[in-house]
Design a protein around this ligand. Structure first.
Ligand code: SF4
Ligand code: SF4
Length: 669
């Protein structure tokens, strides 16, 4: 008895077969030319030294499991079905080709028996998933899910093309089965078998199937080859480029920006990115991996408040101009677009193919800064960071004035503290944030912590300068501060500023400054857990200058700072601290690592915000919608922005406090 199999190219004559090969060669040539054009763009980028493959876990999580797509379950289910359907159907095509060319035979394998039945079954199963998932993907473009992917006509056309490929494949198979109904096909090609029965019921079976089968086969071939030819010219490019991008992307802490080296500046004659060759090869490849899913855009605070910034559009605009000679600034990407970014990192954290949109924006800002094109009072902030060590230009001698009469040890008085309290510019100079510093000091004293402050020797970490794009001012600040800290032998730092925390912990090691840096919310949690801080869970303290009664009675909502909860995964400790106060905690829709920016990051604190809605007010509405009577923060930038919003919405009666204030108000003496 012959082994179970099927005739390859059944009903396909030699002329048809040759025609197909001619068409296939044409489609491959068109696709090859398109890929070559992309390759030329990638080659224009700066080389990055030694090639490094990403850890296998990164490839498994983002290529095989697509974990970021899973944040929208229906999108994930449909994308996984299309992705794996595509792969299995492609493997099926390769198997057929290898069998037809006799390559399997050379190594003693034949597409017969169990190999045939199991592969045919899998092809039908995954093919079914593929065609069922495509209408879901189409419906998502119509608004079925929270995030609506790009819905340009070509995107819709591609999905229809894929559906046609899948359906024509099934129809072709069904008509072949309807010719003679081989009994085993009932169990292996179960989808096509049902369709074959349908074909029979309308009178198309036996020899009558031949012309229909040929027409369907041609439709399948032409659509499949058209898809192949279109890949490099449409967003389907991501099918091939995204896995490569994920396999080479360096998934580092998103708060840790790439250093500008003087050698690089000397070699290129400019700082930052202006033209295509100013980006690295990996960056240029990553831009081509964009799936146009709009996850970055829908999470972007600038886009959500109708600023002229879409991180997706930045990526696509750079990619679309890959062959351009000359600057991208102006016509392609406006300065207004670049300055709208708060460097909140929402785009980076949501991108399923690990594109660093924020890094590209900062690179382009660096060029603007290098050319002296800085906007508004941020120019003044940059100047005064360099000249006076703080962005407001206040007297360096006044830096520790907040501590007057509080018996706060300076490092000169306590040269070997267990912990250095890094106060930061806002905590030192800004009146509202000075109150936070005082509360933190009260907690440290209550817990009997051996601490000290740098006092007048502390200067700005340089965070705003780096995010604004002035990396050399940042580097000067970093070198000065690391020099001071290393000379003093500092090992452990606590800071109440999320931005200082990020810079000290993630960026200062590049300058030889390696410290154990703890955000104050995490430090407070440690003190509470160790029993060094005891709290009364019913607040009546007069320490809360405003909103004391609400503090006692209402619930609290924590606004996660981007530089704590998103860039540095620090959303748990502030909640633990709040839980210890006994206040009921409510959560806003955008919370934890999915927080929504307060609008001050990326140096935006020192820029006017005149276009449409203010980011801090948009965030305020989200927090207010929880019904909480007070907002807790863990960053002086957030404090400034949300305190400002609370004043504009004074009737709401919602107070804004730092976590340290809420804890200090409940200290048991
Ligand atoms: S970092 Fe934030 S503000 Fe900037 S583009 Fe990304 S999401 Fe938008
Ligand atoms: S950049 Fe990333 S998140 Fe944004 S649209 Fe492209 S693939 Fe999606």
């Amino acid at each position: 008895m012959p082994e179970i199999t099927r005739e390859i190219f059944w009903n396909i004559g030699p002329v048809t077969k040759v025609s197909m090969y001619v068409l296939a060669a044409l489609a491959t040539g068109v696709a090859g030319y398109g890929f070559y054009r992309h390759w030329l763009v990638w080659r224009r980028g700066k080389p990055q030294g030694k090639f490094k493959l990403a850890p296998l876990s990164q490839i498994a999580r983002h290529v095989l499991l697509q974990v970021r797509i899973a944040r929208i379950p229906l999108a994930w289910l449909s994308h996984m079905a299309i992705f794996y359907g595509f792969i299995v159907l492609f493997i099926g095509t390769v198997i057929v080709a290898l069998e037809d060319y006799g390559i399997f035979g050379l190594v003693g394998i034949h597409w017969t028996g169990r190999f045939y039945t199991s592969s045919s079954f899998l092809l039908d199963l995954f093919g079914l998933g593929f065609v069922v998932a495509l209408p879901v993907a189409m419906a998502r473009r119509g608004g079925l899910t929270r995030v609506r992917p790009s819905s340009k006509p070509i995107d819709a056309a591609i999905l229809w093309l894929l559906l046609l490929i899948g359906l024509s494949g099934f129809v072709t198979e069904a008509l072949r089965i309807a010719h003679s109904f081989p009994p085993f096909e009932q169990h292996v090609s179960f989808v096509a078998w049902i369709m074959a029965r349908g074909s029979e019921s309308v009178g198309i079976s036996g020899e009558a199937v031949r012309p229909w089968h040929l027409a369907s086969w041609w439709l399948h071939m032409v659509t499949a080859l058209a898809f192949l030819a279109l890949i490099p010219y449409t967003k389907m490019l991501h099918v091939l480029v995204a896995p490569v991008q994920i396999a080479v992307a360096e998934l580092r802490n998103s708060g840790h920006l790439r250093m500008v080296s003087m050698e690089e500046v000397e070699a290129t004659g400019r700082v930052g990115a202006s033209e295509i060759p100013d980006f690295t090869r990996q960056q240029l490849l990553s831009f081509d991996a964009c799936t146009q899913c709009r996850r970055c855009e829908s999470a972007c605070p600038a886009w959500n408040t109708r600023k002229p910034l879409s991180p997706m559009k930045v990526v696509l605009d750079i990619a679309a101009n890959g062959h351009r000679d000359g600057s991208l600034h102006g016509d392609v990407i406006s300065a207004e677009t670049l300055w709208s970014c708060t460097t909140c990192g929402a785009c980076v954290h949501n991108c399923p193919v690990l594109i660093d949109q924020m890094g590209a924006i900062v690179d382009m800002r660096r060029y603007l800064v290098g050319e002296g094109q800085v906007v508004g009072s941020s120019q003044q902030a940059l100047r005064t960071i360099a000249a006076r060590g703080n962005p407001w230009g206040l007297a360096p001698d006044e830096r520790d004035a907040w501590a007057e009469g509080l018996d706060v040890p300076r490092i000169e008085d306590n040269p070997t503290p267990d912990v250095l309290l890094w106060v930061g510019c806002a905590g030192s100079y800004d009146r509202r944030n000075q109150q936070v510093t005082r509360s933190l000091v009260k907690i440290l004293k209550a817990a009997d912590v051996n601490y000290a402050i740098l006092g007048k020797s502390e200067t700005c970490t340089g965070d705003p300068a780096r995010r604004l794009g002035d990396d050399f001012t940042f580097q000067a600040q970093a070198e000065a501060n690391v020099g001071t800290l290393n000379e003093l032998g500092v090992k452990r730092i606590v800071t109440q500023c999320a931005h200082c925390f990020n810079t000290l912990a993630n960026e200062y090691p590049d300058f030889g400054g390696k410290y154990q840096v703890t955000h104050h919310t995490a430090f407070i949690q440690q003190l509470i857990d160790a029993g060094k801080v005891k709290l009364q869970r019913d607040a009546t303290s007069s320490e809360l200058a405003r909103g004391a009664s609400s503090a006692a009675n209402g619930s609290v909502v924590f606004h996660d700072p981007c530089y704590l909860s998103r860039h540095n995964d620090g959303s748990a400790p502030p909640r633990a601290d709040l839980a210890a106060t006994g206040l009921p905690i409510v959560e806003p829709e955008a919370t934890g690592c999915n927080t929504f920016c307060c609008g001050a990051g990326g140096g935006r604190m020192w820029m006017e915000e005149e276009i449409d809605k203010r980011v801090n007010l948009a965030r305020w509405e989200q927090l207010k919608a929880t019904g909480a009577k007070q907002v807790a923060v863990g960053c002086p930038f957030c404090m400034t922005m949300l305190d400002d919003a609370s004043k504009q919405d004074a009737d709401a009666g919602i107070a804004v406090h730092d976590v340290a204030e809420l804890v200090a108000a409940r200290l048991v003496d």
